[in-house]
Design a protein around this ligand. Structure first.
Ligand SMILES: CSC[C@H]1O[C@@H](n2cnc3c(O)ncnc32)[C@H](O)[C@@H]1O
Ligand code: ZN
Length: 457
C-alpha cells in the first residue's frame, strides 16, 4: 500500500547516542532550525509529510509533498497538525499475564511470584493464553506500541495472535528450570523449536530470542545449554537479572558472585543479551554490562510497584549501555502502556539523582523508541527515516495538554496519554485508524478475557 500522510508535525529525531547516519535522526538536514514550519524550540520536528511505500518509509520532508508522491499514493491522509511519531517499543512483557491484572496486589517479588503468580499460571489453559495475549496486544495497540518483546510459555498461541494483531514482536519461550531433568529437556526442546518457527515469521515481523527466565530459576547446566542453543540458532538471549536485593544476596550465597558476574562467568554474555530489570548492580557490574554490549530493559513501573528499587539508568547510559523501556506483565504494572513508562522514567531519574538535566526529552523518548528497538536487536525500526520500517503512530494534539506549542517533544514525554493515539501503523499497515482497532475484535476480547479470568479465580 502507498500511503501519504500530510499536514503533520513529524518527529524525525532519533537516538542522540547513535552514530551520525544511523538511527540518530536527520533532523538537521530535514529541518534546519526555524526553517521548516515547526514552532521555534522544536528541534527534531518538521511540519510536512511522510510517505509509505509497502512496508517502509519512502520519504519524509517539510512542507507540501512533491506532486509525484501525490500522484503515486493510493491514500492521502491530511492530518491537520497532528503529530507523527515512531511507534513505541515495549522491551519486556509477559502478555498472557494481563489476565492476572489486579491479582497479588501489594506483595514483593518473591511472594508475588511464588504465592500469587505461579499457582495461578499453573492453572492457565490454552484459552487463558489465547485471550490474555490478545487483551495485552489490544491495550498496546490502543496506547501506541508497535513492537513488543514477550517471554512466556505456550508461545505458539502468542505467535498466532501476533499474526492477527499485526504488531511487530520479539518472542521467546520462557524457561523456568525448577523441575526434573526430563521436564527441563522438554522445555529446552520447546524453546528451540519455537524459536525456529517464530524467527522471521510474518514477513520478518517476528524475530526470536532464547529466554531463560532468571539466574535463580534456571539451574547452571540448563542455562549453559540454553546459551549453546542461542549460539547454534544465532539468536540473542533474554533474561531477568538483578531485580531485587534478595536475588543478589541469594546468588552471592549460592555462587560467590553477584548475578551479572555469575552470568558473565557462565559465558552468557558471549551471546547478544537483553538483561531485564538490572536494578541492583555494583559499579563493576555496570562496567561489565557496558564492556559486553549487554542491553537493558528498564521497567520502572513494575520495579516501583513490586518495591524492587530503581535501576541506575543514567549510570548505564553514561557507560554507553543501550536501554529500552518495558512494562513487564500487567500483573505487576498494571498497564501495557509505554507512555506511562516514558513519563515515569523521565521524572524518576531526575528525582533520584536530584538533577533536572537527567534524561532530557530527546533521550527519554529515544528509550521508548529507537534505543528500545536497538535493545531488541532490531536494525531499521524505531525512527522515522527513509528506507526504515513504516512503524509509526499519530497523536491528536488538539487538547490542552499540548498547548502552547513551546516544546512538542516535552509535551509528548510528560503529557501524552494513550487516548491521544489516533492511528497505529506497523510494516506500512494501519492496525488502528481514528481509534478503531482494525485487526483485533476489541469487544470480543474484553468479554472473553473477563470470562477466562473469572474461570481462573
Ligand atoms: C515462563 S517465563 C514468564 C514467567 O515470568 C514471571 N514473571 C513475571 N514478571 C516477573 C518479574 O518481574 N520477575 C521475574 N519473573 C517474572 C511470570 O510469572 C512467568 O512465570
Ligand atoms: Zn518479566
Amino acid at each position: 500500500m502507498r500511503i501519504l500522510l500530510t499536514g503533520a508535525y513529524v518527529y524525525v529525531g532519533g537516538d542522540p547516542s547513535e552514530p551520525e547516519g544511523e538511527g540518530r535522526g536527520d533532523a538537521r538536514r530535514l529541518a534546519p532550525r526555524g526553517d521548516a514550519g515547526a514552532p521555534a524550540g522544536n528541534d527534531g520536528w518538521i511540519y510536512g509529510y511522510l510517505y509509505v511505500r509497502d512496508t517502509r518509509i519512502a520519504a519524509v520532508g517539510p512542507g507540501d509533498p512533491p506532486p509525484e508522491l501525490r500522484a503515486e499514493a493510493e491514500r492521502v491522509l491530511f492530518l491537520g497538525g497532528r503529530l507523527v511519531l515512531p511507534g513505541l517499543v515495549n522491551t519486556h512483557t509477559h502478555t498472557p499475564m494481563s489476565l492476572l491484572r489486579g491479582i497479588g496486589e501489594g506483595r514483593p517479588l518473591t511472594a508475588w511470584l511464588e504465592e500469587e503468580m505461579w499457582p495461578r499460571e499453573a492453572r492457565f489453559t490454552d484459552a487463558s493464553v489465547y485471550w490474555g495475549t490478545r487483551l495485552a496486544q489490544l491495550e498496546m495497540i490502543q496506547s501506541g506500541v508497535t513492537t513488543f518483546n514477550d517471554m512466556y510459555d505456550r508461545m505458539h498461541l502468542v505467535l498466532e495472535a501476533v499474526g492477527e494483531s499485526g504488531l511487530r514482536a520479539v518472542l521467546g519461550r520462557g524457561v523456568i528450570g525448577l523441575a526434573p531433568k526430563d521436564v527441563q529437556d522438554a522445555k529446552l526442546r520447546e524453546a528451540v523449536e519455537f524459536a525456529r518457527a517464530a524467527h522471521g515469521a510474518y514477513g520478518g515481523r517476528v524475530t526470536a530470542m532464547i529466554a531463560p527466565h532468571a539466574p535463580y530459576t534456571v539451574p547452571e547446566p540448563l542455562l549453559v545449554r540454553m546459551v549453546e542453543a542461542a549460539e547454534e540458532l544465532d539468536l540473542p538471549v533474554h533474561i531477568h537479572v538483578s531485580e531485587t536485593k534478595e536475588e543478589v544476596e541469594r546468588c552471592r550465597e549460592r555462587t560467590g558472585m553477584r548475578p551479572v558476574e555469575y552470568l558473565d562467568a557462565l559465558g552468557v554474555f558471549r551471546r547478544p543479551t537483553l538483561a531485564v530489570h538490572a536494578v541492583h548492580l555494583s559499579e563493576a557490574e555496570k562496567d561489565l554490562l557496558a564492556a559486553r554490549g549487554v542491553r537493558v530493559s528498564h521497567n520502572p513501573v513494575s520495579n516501583l510497584k513490586l518495591g524492587s528499587g530503581v535501576a541506575d539508568v543514567p549510570g548505564l547510559l553514561a557507560r554507553g549501555v543501550i536501554v529500552g523501556l518495558g512494562t513487564d506483565g500487567a500483573a505487576s504494572n498494571n498497564r501495557q502502556d509505554v507512555f506511562h513508562e516514558l513519563t515515569t522514567a523521565a521524572l524518576l531519574h531526575k528525582g533520584i539523582r536530584h538533577e533536572a538535566e537527567v534524561l532530557p526529552p530527546p533521550e527519554a523518548f529515544a528509550l521508548a523508541t529507537r534505543m528500545g528497538a536497538r535493545a531488541l536487536f532490531l536494525e531499521d525500526v524505531g525512527a522515522l527515516r527513509p528506507g526504515w520500517k513504516a512503524d509509526l503512530i499519530v497523536l491528536d494534539a488538539a487538547n490542552a495538554r499540548y498547548v502552547p506549542r513551546t516544546d512538542l517533544l516535552a509535551h509528548v514525554v510528560y503529557n501524552a496519554l494513550p487516548a491521544d493515539v489516533t492511528h497505529v501503523m506497523v510494516d506500512g499497515r494501519f492496525l488502528m485508524e481514528e481509534r478503531e482497532v482494525l485487526t483485533l475484535d476489541a469487544e470480543r476480547i474484553l468479554y472473553e478475557a473477563e470470562r477466562e479470568a473469572q474461570r481462573l479465580r
